[in-house]
Design a protein around this ligand. Structure first.
Ligand code: ATP
Length: 499
C-alpha cells in the first residue's frame, strides 16, 4: 500500500514539476541511484527475517528428542544444560549465573541441528535459526545489524507467543565467530563477532525473556577464544558419528514410515555402515526405498538396503563399460583385496563387485566386526596388506600392474605415515614434520616393502582361487561375502600369512 502511494505521489510530483518548467532529469537520476542501492547494495538485506518455529509457511518443523537416534551422552549433557532455561527461578535462588551459550561440535550430518530444534521443543522456547553465512555481507555494519535483529526478533516473538524463553540457533558459527584478525583485514567479520559477544554479554537472569544461544560447528579450532571462554559458550557438547547401537537406532527411526520386508536385518546394515553419519543413514533408507520402487516391489528387502550402502558409500552406478580385458583385470584386482582381507580378518568381506560407482571401477567392501576407536600396529599393517593385494594380484595373474592401484598406494602411504607419527616405526617417537624428506621416504618404502613380501606369499599360492573368483565376477558382476567364503572353503586354500 505504502509502495503504491509513494509511486503515485512521485509520478504526480514529476508531472507538476515538468508543467512548472523544472528540469526533472537530475531528480530521476537520483531516484534511480537510490533504488539501485536499495535492491543491490543490501539496504533491503538489513531487514532480514530469520527462520522460526511459528507454524507459518516456511517455518522450521518442531521436533523432540525421540526423533534423534544415538548420541546418548550428547543428549544427556544438553538436557542438563537446558535445565538452566527450564528452572530459571531455582537457578536464580542458588545464585547461579545463567547459561548463555551451548556449542555443539561434530562432523557434518550428525544431528546438531536436530538437537537444537529438540532443545527448543523441550524447553517450550521460541526457536530462531540462522546460518553463520546469513550474517556476513561485504558491506560494513550489515552483520552487526543482523545480530541485533535476531536477538530483537527472538524477544518480540517470545512476547507475542506468551513464552518465557527463546533459543537462537546459529549453524556454521565458525563463519561469523572465526578468530578475529584472520580475515585479511576484513573488519566486517570482526564487527559481527563483536556484536554477538555484546549481545551474549547482555543476557541476564533478570531478563523477562531468557535467551539461550546454541551454535554448531564442524571446525571448532577456528573459533575466536573470546567466543568460547566461560560466560559465553561455556558448554561444549561433542556430537560424534554414531556408534553401532546409534546407527541401528537411527536406521529404525528412518524406516518407521517405510514398508519393510520380513528379511530386513537393520543390525547387519548398521554393522556395514561404520563411519556413516545420521544424514548418510537417512539417505541410505531413502535410497533403499527408491531401489525397491524402481523394481516395482511393495516391500523393501535386505538386498535393497545393502545396495543402498554401496550407493551412499561409493556413489551412483556409472555408465562407463570397460572392455573384457579391463574387466578381467578389475575382477582380479578386487579379488586380491578380498583374499587378503579374509586371510587377515576372517569373515570381514561383505561384497566384491566389478560395477563402476563414482570414481571406482570396482570395489571390495569390508564389514568391520566392531567399531574402532584406536588402531594397533597389527591392524594398520593388515590394512596396508589389503591395499597392496589388488596390485600384487594383477602382477601375479596378468604379469603387470596398472594405474588402478594408485589410490590404494596413496592410502597405504597415509597409513605408513600414521605408523611413523604414532611412534610405531623403526624411527621410534618422532614428529612427522621434523623428519627430513629422504629419511621419511626410506622408512615408508621399507614399511611397504616388508608388507608387500607378506602379501606376495599369500597371493602366489592362491592364484587358482583368484582366477576362479575373478571368473565368477566377470560373469555375475558381484559376489557376496558368504559366497566368496564358500568358494574359499571349497578350494581348500590354505591361507596362512607369515609373520
Ligand atoms: P551440518 O553440520 O552439516 O549442519 P548437522 O549435524 O546439523 O549437519 P542435521 O542437519 O541435524 O545435521 O541432520 C541432517 C539430517 O540427518 C536430519 O534431517 C536427519 O534426517 C538425519 N540425522 C542426522 N543425525 C540424526 C540422528 N542422530 N537421528 C536421526 N536422524 C539423524
Amino acid at each position: 500500500m505504502i509502495k503504491e502511494l509513494s509511486i503515485g505521489f512521485a509520478a504526480a510530483a514529476a508531472i507538476i514539476m515538468i508543467q512548472q518548467g523544472f528540469n526533472v532529469v537530475p531528480w530521476f537520476f537520483m531516484a534511480g541511484l537510490i533504488l539501485v542501492l536499495y535492491y543491490m547494495v543490501g539496504f533491503k538485506g538489513l531487514n532480514k527475517s530469520f527462520s522460526a518455529v511459528d507454524g507459518s509457511k516456511g517455518s522450521i518443523e518442531k521436533i523432540n528428542f525421540d526423533r534423534i537416534g544415538g548420541h546418548d551422552s550428547a543428549k544427556k549433557e544438553l538436557l542438563e544444560a537446558l535445565e538452566f532455561v527450564k528452572n530459571s527461578k531455582l537457578i536464580m535462588k542458588m545464585g547461579i549465573r545463567p547459561l548463555k551459550g551451548i556449542l555443539l561440535m561434530g562432523p557434518p550430518g550428525t544431528g546438531k541441528t536436530l538437537l537444537a530444534k529438540a532443545a527448543a521443543g523441550y524447553t517450550d522456547s521460541v526457536f530462531l535459526s540462522a546460518s553463520g553465512s546469513e550474517f556476513i555481507e561485504v558491506y560494513a555494519g550489515v552483520g552487526a545489524q543482523r545480530v541485533r535483529q535476531i536477538f530483537n526478533q527472538a524477544k518480540e516473538m517470545t512476547k507475542k507467543q506468551n513464552k518465557n524463553s527463546a533459543i537462537i540457533f546459529i549453524d556454521e558459527i565458525e563463519i561469523l565467530g572465526g578468530k578475529r584478525g584472520s580475515h585479511g583485514g576484513h573488519l566486517e567479520y570482526d564487527q559481527t563477532l563483536n556484536q554477538l559477544l555484546v549481545e551474549m554479554d547482555g543476557i541476564s537472569c533478570n531478563d523477562q525473556t531468557k535467551i539461550l544461544v546454541i551454535a554448531a560447528t564442524n571446525r571448532s579450532e577456528l573459533l575466536d577464544s573470546a567466543l568460547v571462554r566461560p560466560g559465553r559458550f561455556d558448554r561444549m557438547v561433542n556430537v560424534d558419528l554414531p556408534d553401532l547401537e546409534g546407527r541401528e537406532q537411527i536406521l529404525k527411526l528412518h524406516t518407521r514410515n517405510k514398508p519393510m520386508s520380513k528379511d530386513v536385518n537393520l543390525k547387519a546394515v548398521a554393522q556395514d555402515t561404520f563411519g556413516f553419519s545420521g544424514a548418510h543413514l537417512e539417505s541410505l533408507t531413502n535410497e533403499a526405498a527408491i531401489l525397491a520402487m524402481r523394481d516395482k516391489k511393495k516391500f523393501i528387502s535386505q538386498r535393497y538396503f545393502l545396495e543402498a550402502v554401496d550407493k551412499v558409500m561409493m556413489g551412483e552406478k556409472m555408465d562407463r563399460k570397460p572392455d573384457i580385458d579391463e574387466l578381467w583385470r578389475i575382477a582380479v584386482h578386487e579379488t586380491g583385496h578380498a583374499l587378503m582381507s579374509e586371510t587377515i580378518r576372517p569373515g570381514s568381506v561383505s561384497s566384491i563387485t566389478t560395477t563402476s560407482r563414482g570414481k571406482a571401477l570396482g570395489y571390495m567392501r569390508q564389514t568391520p566386526d566392531r567399531d574402532f576407536h584406536l588402531y594397533t600396529k597389527e591392524y594398520l599393517e593388515g590394512q596396508i596388506n589389503i591395499l597392496l593385494a589388488g596390485s600384487l594380484a594383477e602382477e601375479e595373474i596378468l604379469g603387470s600392474r596398472s594405474t588402478g592401484a594408485s589410490a590404494d598406494f596413496q592410502q597405504a602411504i597415509g597409513i605408513a605415515k600414521e605408523l611413523i607419527s604414532s611412534g610405531m616405526s623403526t624411527l621410534g617417537v618422532v614428529s612427522l614434520s621434523d623428519i627430513p624428506g629422504t629419511i621419511l621416504h626410506d622408512v615408508i618404502s621399507s614399511i611397504l616393502e616388508k608388507e608387500e613380501s607378506k602379501v606376495k606369499e599369500v597371493i602366489s599360492c592362491s592364484s587358482n582361487l583368484i582366477k576362479e573368483v575373478a571368473d565368477y565376477l566377470l560373469n555375475q558382476e558381484k559376489i557376496s561375502g558368504e559366497a566368496f567364503r564358500k568358494m574359499l572353503f571349497s578350494c581348500g586354500e590354505k591361507l596362512k600369512i607369515s609373520s
